[in-house]
Each structure stands twice: as C-alpha cells, then as structure tokens.
Design a protein around this ligand. Structure first.
Ligand code: NDP
Length: 335
C-alpha cells in the first residue's frame, strides 16, 4: 500500500487541530469526513481541504478508497463505529477513552484482531520527546529504583471545548475519562509498570454541570510497589503541568509536558546536581500517525495499541469507582 487513505469519523476539533495534519505529514490522504449532520460534514470538508463528506457511516465504510478510519466522535459513539469499521475491514485509530465500559473496549479490540486490521488508541503523550526521554533515563537506571511519581495535569478547559465534556455524562464527559486516562497511559509508558489499585476524590468546582467531576486527585499503587499521585482538572487556569519521578538515586523533574505540544523541560536531579535532559521536539501526533502507517504496512506496532487503550480505560473506571465509593479499587483490565 503506497498512500494510506483515511476516512474521518467525526467532524471534531482534535482532527482539525492535529490529526489531519499528522496524516498528511506522513504521506497519507484524507478522502472523506463523516458527521452526523450533513451541513457540518460539508462545511468541515471545505474548511479542511477534504474532497468529500457524508452523514452516513455506512457510506464512508463502504468506500474502497478508504483504508483506515480515525474515530474522534464523542466517547459513547466510539464502540459501535469501531465495530462497524472492523466489519468493513478498515484499520482503526480510535480516540480515548475507547468506550464507556471495559467489556465494550474488549469487543472493539477483539473485533479488529478478528478482522485482521490494525487497531490503535490515540494516546498522544507517549509520543512526546519529553516522556520518551524520561522512559529511557529510568530504563538506564539513572534515578535508581523508581519509588514515586507525581503527575500535574490540571488545566483550564477553553470555552470552545466546554460542551459535552462538562454537561454530558452519557457522552463520557467529565475529567476522569478525558484526562486521567492520559495520565494512566503516560505513567505506564514512562515507568514500564502497571497500576494495580487506586483511591481517588473528585470535585465539581464550578464547571462540571449536574455534579459531573471537573477535577480529580488520585493515588495509585503500581505492581513494582511504586506509588503515584495525579491531579487532573478542567478548572485550573494557572497551575501549569508537570511530571516527576523520584527514585533511590535521583529525580526526574519535567515541567509543561502534559500537553499536546512538543514543549517543556526535563531535568535529572541527583547527588551531582541538576542536569538538563534534551529531547526530540517532534510533533506528537505526527509521530503517532507515522507509527500507525508503519503498522498498516506490517512494520511494527502503533504507538499505543488497543490493549493500551483497554488498560487506560480500566484505570479511569477504577478511579471513578474509587471516588464514588471512597474505597481502594483494583485496576481490573480483563487482559
Ligand atoms: P469535539 O467536540 O470537537 O467533537 C466531537 C463531536 O462533537 C464531533 O464528532 C461532532 O459530531 C460534534 N461537534 C463538533 N462541533 C460541533 C458543533 N459546532 N455543533 C454540533 N456538534 C459538534 O470533540 P474533541 O475533538 O474535543 O474530542 C473528540 C474525541 O477526541 C473525544 O473522544 C476526546 O476524548 C478525544 N480527544 C483526544 C485528544 C488527544 O490528544 N488524544 C485531545 C482531544 C480530544 P459530528 O461528527 O457528528 O459532526
């Protein structure tokens, strides 16, 4: 397959801001976009240089000139769209959270495997040079044995995104499925460790409607014994983001790295002082799409697989349950 041809399922902001460019930067072509609303589909196609538009998923999936689909609709729609895409033999890049329910996420990944198509989850942060540099430093033993991690992922949801995320629990709104799942994937990737149990508290700090959580703090125990804390929010205008890992021989201190852009800094602090760690400043989404195209061509795996999406969803569901019950909840992935 020379050019990989894409259909967009969802006339979304994330596709417009990042993924269309990442497809094209990797030599791919966006041939059509599907929206539930024909007018929106046409306007989106025109605005983004996409030659065709449709309001029918079946029409998109029955096209012979679509090799892969990018699913970036609201979260409650991912499952049925992914199952239909697998049935149609299309490769699938699906947004997180894969689904609202763990068994649905398993069905999606199983269906893609049975159909022999690539299935990936769009966890962008593991494609950031900062996180890859931290993973390497830890794997090389530069901080000794990792004992603790802290993720600062409290941001301000801009007004143009203050829709279903803050008022639609049925669409998978709320901060946990939006942001905490990214923390889970980034922690797993950087630490090469698996979360085992969580305790959590949520907040409705004025943005989430009808009690929907717009902030959450979580404490996590990992398989190795490491403990981590995460803070996610839609409501923190000035917090800044960060990620720290503290080990027996040193600490990695990263700032401004829980973001869609290839920015921020990573410093290794140990007995000999502070050492800046340089990292690749390439676009996160371009890297993800490059890996996806490679996987479609039979060269390697996507950056984040379907199993990775199952694991981050399992984490998010455990956080939600822990916040609801006030207890410690095991992260059960079913894998
Ligand atoms: P948007 O709100 O931009 O789009 C989601 C859906 O909302 C679209 O599919 C569209 O439906 C509908 N929609 C969009 N604009 C309008 C409008 N003006 N009027 C009516 N409906 C509209 O969502 P995001 O792009 O922020 O998120 C989409 C998915 O991507 C989610 O699953 C989210 O979790 C994920 N995401 C992932 C990120 C990452 O970096 N991995 C970052 C941001 C989001 P239709 O298609 O029917 O037109």
């Amino acid at each position: 397959m020379t050019t990989i041809r894409w259909g967009l399922v969802g006339a979304s902001n994330i596709a417009r801001e990042h993924v269309i460019n990442a497809i094209r930067a990797n030599g791919g072509e966006v041939v059509s976009v599907m929206s539930a609303d024909a007018g929106r589909a046409n306007a989106y196609a025109a605005a983004n240089g996409i030659p065709s538009a449709t309001d029918s998923l079946d029409a998109l999936l029955s096209r012979d000139d679509v090799d892969a689909v990018y699913i970036s609709t609201t979260n409650e729609l991912h499952r049925d769209q992914a199952l239909a895409a697998a049935r149609a033999g299309k490769h699938i890049l699906c947004e997180k959270p894969l689904a609202l329910d763990l068994s649905d996420a398993h069905r999606m990944v199983d269906a893609a495997r049975a159909a022999g198509v690539v299935f990936a989850t769009n966890h962008h942060l593991r494609n950031a040079g900062a996180h890859r540099a931290m993973r390497t430093a830890i794997a090389e033993g530069r901080i000794g044995r990792p004992l603790a991690a802290r993720v600062f992922h409290a941001v301000f949801l801009p007004p143009f995104l203050q829709g279903w995320r803050i008022n639609a629990p049925a669409a998978g709104g709320g901060v946990i499925l939006d942001i905490a799942v990214h923390d889970a994937d980034t922690l797993r990737f950087v630490l090469q460790d698996e979360p085992e149990s969580v305790v959590a508290m949520t907040q409705s700090g004025g943005m989430g409607e009808g009690g929907l959580a717009d902030a959450v703090m979580t404490t996590v125990t990992f398989r190795s014994g490491l403990i981590a804390q995460t803070h996610d929010a839609f409501t923190a205008k000035y917090a800044g983001t960060g990620f720290e890992v503290h080990g027996t021989e040193g600490s990695l201190i990263a700032r401004d790295v829980m973001t869609q852009k290839p920015v921020g800094s990573v410093v290794l602090r140990n007995e000999s002082g502070e050492h800046v760690i340089d990292f690749d400043r390439g676009d996160l989404y371009v890297r993800a799409l490059g890996a996806f195209h490679g996987a479609v061509r039979g060269e390697g795996e996507p950056a984040a697989t379907g199993e990775d999406g199952i694991r981050s969803l399992a984490f998010g569901l455990a956080v939600a349950e822990a916040a609801k019950t006030g207890g410690t909840v095991k992260v059960e992935t079913g894998l």
